[in-house]
Structure formats: structure tokens, C-alpha cells
Design a protein around this ligand. Structure first.
Ligand code: GLN
Length: 267
């Protein structure tokens, strides 16, 4: 059991209570004298027990904010992380405001990246694929709830179902954790889908697969941008190099860690 620091724990219990009582935070703070009904108390006890067993708060609440969008999340999807907003920002720099740009998001999960790009660039035509139908259902519901209409969701194992299509930008937050990584037995990740996290001995199996197959699906001089692990930047740049990409770079996330690497297709 890993204990949270006191202020995080306090915020979490308030958030769970708000969720159970269905009241805004301001109401909760303004009514310290109010006693919950028995049914509410039981519901709160149950959800608190689940949190104490380690279940991620995002799954208990069923939602998580990403890039200003409130997204539904379930155990079928990875929980969107603030680190990944870097990938969205780098993508948006490459999606013109007033021109159709065909963007592909590989392994969309809850739809976070695709929906953030589509929302910020209403003129973009975004395709989002995932191999898991359960994740696609969540992503489609998020698009519906948010009223975002410029994303098409499709079931595909990486590029397998995209024959003949070409894109002006491809982005992905693929699984990139190594099989034996010690982080997998701690915290939220224990409850997240393994298929969204783990990618072979060195964590780079899917990144190698994506970079090696991208050529046929990307326009010339268009970008491929990939999120990766904290210690993988040099190796990911090496993979881009191996497959003939140019302008290869890495960029730092909010924690100052090289978190996204990219390159342009030259030929
Ligand atoms: N950033 C996640 C983690 O460290 C991993 C996400 C992924 O594999 N795409 O838990």
C-alpha cells in the first residue's frame, strides 16, 4: 500500500464525496454541517474502500480531464496523462488552422489525443484507430458527448485496416513500457490495460513496428510524432534514423523529460 501525502489524500476524499453526493466542490465546502443520508454514506464507504485498494481515482469517477476536455474513462482505456498534452501541442503546431489536414492517431484509447486535436482544429479530418473494440466504444462516446464531429474511429491493429489511406500527420502514444518494468506493480498502472502499456523486452516493439510501417501511410515531408518512455528518446531517434526520417528531434514534457520524438518522411 502506498500512502498519499495529506493534501492529495484530502483532495481525493473530497472529490469522491462530491461524486457520491453529486454536488459541486463549493457546495461541499459551504455545508460542513450536512450529514449524508444512509444510502449516500454506504456508497461513499464502498467507493473509498475501492480507492484504498488502489483503484485509480479516474476509474472510480469514470472521467479525467485532458487538454481542457472532460473525457469518460473506463478500465478498457489508459488514463490520459498530463505528459501527453506535449504530444498534442507538437501536433497542433503542425496542423494548419485553415486547410484540411488528415491526421491519424494510432492506439487512441479513450480518444484523448484525437479529440484534443480535432477540438482545437475543427477543419482537420482526424482518423483514430484502436485494436480494442471496448476502447473504441469509449472514444466514440467521448466524441458524441463533446460534440466533436471531425474524428472517424476505426478498429485497426496499427495500420492493418488503413490500406491505401495517406495522412498529413501521424501521432501515437503507443505502449512503451518494458515487460519487466518495476513501475507495473505500483499505483494506477496495475489497473490499466496491459495491452496499452507493455511492448516487449525493451518496451520498443510497437514503436519499431509503427515507424517501420509508417512510410506507406504518410505524405512526403509530413511528420510522425511518438510519445515514449523517460529513457527511450535516444533509441527512438535511432529508430527514426534507421527508417530514413529527417529533421529528427525530441521534446521535453512538463517534468523536463524527453517524452516525444518525431521526424519527417523524406522520400
Ligand atoms: N506513461 C505511461 C506510464 O509510464 C505509459 C503509457 C504508455 O505506455 N503509452 O505509465
Amino acid at each position: 500500500m502506498h500512502e498519499l501525502d495529506a493534501s492529495t489524500a484530502r483532495i481525493e476524499v473530497q472529490t469522491l464525496l462530491q461524486h457520491v453526493l453529486q454536488v459541486p466542490r463549493a457546495y461541499l465546502l459551504a455545508h460542513p454541517e450536512q450529514v449524508p443520508e444512509a444510502k449516500q454514506q454506504a456508497a461513499y464507504d464502498a467507493i473509498l474502500q475501492r480507492r484504498l485498494q488502489g483503484e485509480p481515482i479516474a476509474y472510480l469517477l469514470g472521467e479525467r480531464e485532458f487538454f481542457g476536455l472532460n473525457l469518460k474513462v473506463t478500465p478498457a482505456t489508459l488514463i490520459p496523462r498530463p505528459d501527453t498534452e506535449l504530444l498534442v501541442e507538437l501536433a497542433l503546431q503542425r496542423v494548419p488552422q485553415n486547410k484540411v489536414c488528415r491526421v491519424l492517431d494510432l492506439g487512441t484509447g479513450s480518444g484523448a489525443i484525437a479529440l484534443a486535436i480535432a477540438h482545437s482544429r475543427p477543419g482537420a479530418a482526424v482518423t483514430a484507430i484502436d485494436a480494442a473494440e471496448a476502447a473504441l466504444q469509449v472514444a466514440r462516446e467521448n466524441a458524441r458527448r463533446l460534440g466533436i464531429a471531425n474524428v472517424v474511429f476505426q478498429r485497426s491493429d496499427w495500420f492493418a485496416a488503413l490500406n491505401g489511406q495517406r495522412f498529413d500527420l501521424i501521432v501515437s502514444n503507443p505502449p512503451y513500457v518494458a515487460t519487466g518494468d518495476r513501475h507495473l506493480v505500483r499505483g494506477d498502472v496495475r489497473f490499466e490495460p496491459r495491452s496499452a502499456l507493455v511492448s516487449g523486452e525493451d518496451g520498443l516493439d510497437d514503436i519499431r513496428r509503427i515507424v517501420s510501417q509508417t512510410e506507406s501511410y504518410l505524405e512526403r515531408e509530413a511528420w510522425l510524432l511518438l510519445e515514449h518512455g523517460y529513457d527511450q528518446a535516444a533509441r527512438v531517434r535511432g529508430i527514426f534514423q534507421q527508417y530514413g526520417f529527417g529533421e529528427i528531434f525530441s521534446a521535453k514534457d512538463i517534468a523536463g523529460i524527453d517524452r516525444v520524438s518525431g521526424g519527417v518522411k523524406l522520400r
